[in-house]
Design a binder for this molecule. Structure first.
Ligand code: IMP
Ligand code: MG
Length: 172
């Protein structure tokens, strides 16, 4: 496999995250907002999105494993690192890099819901069109993309390529 064409440029990502940041700022004004990024993939979205939000937000991270070494979802989700803090009564926004089958997020949402947050919503940079195996209610979507395997801007192929500043398609 090799890196194919650029799907979303650095500029497009910056512009879109600025828009989402403005919306989030309006929606959460006066509320105790906690952004929860899902490691490792979402670390870059988190860093840029949080800077586009003009509120005193708090951040935390979870690490889950859903794919192992493969590029296909297994449906098996394992929590490798849990949140550092309690979320009861707080307004939680999960920050994801990409939603494919949606199985990872469905698991996370159920896991966090039982902790009694004041609200629980999802923001994702990328949403793979038509690939969701479970209905997912996503409040903030950066881009709807075709169901190809993509890398860059946090997204990896077996651990590499995360540092590309744009999103590109992998080709045979
Ligand atoms: P899902 O459970 O199928 O929605 O997959 C969720 C996770 O799989 C994402 O958070 C990514 O870490 C990873 N993933 C899904 N699609 C891709 C892709 O095209 N490239 C790289 N990682 C992906
Ligand atoms: Mg991820």
């Amino acid at each position: 496999m090799r890196v194919g064409r650029v799907l979303i440029t650095e500029d497009q990502i910056a512009t879109r995250l600025a828009e989402l940041g403005t919306r989030i700022t309006d929606d959460y004004r006066g509320k105790d907002l906690l952004l929860v990024a899902v490691l490792k993939g979402a670390f870059m979205v988190m860093a840029d999105l949080v800077r586009a939000i003009r509120l005193p937000v708090d951040i935390d991270f979870m690490a889950v494993s859903s794919y192992g070494e493969a590029t296909q979802t297994s449906g098996v989700v394992r929590i490798l690192k849990d949140l550092d803090q309690e979320i009861a009564g707080r307004h939680v926004l999960i920050v994801e890099d990409i939603i494919d089958s949606g199985l990872t997020l469905e698991y996370l949402r159920r896991n966090l819901e039982v902790r009694g947050p004041g609200s629980l919503e999802i923001a994702t940079l990328l949403l793979k069109t038509g690939m969701q195996r479970v209905p997912i209610d996503v409040k903030y979507v950066g881009f709807d993309i075709p169901p190809d395997f993509v890398i860059g801007y946090g997204l990896d192929l077996v651990g590499k390529m995360r540092n590309l500043p744009y999103v590109a398609v992998m080709e045979e």
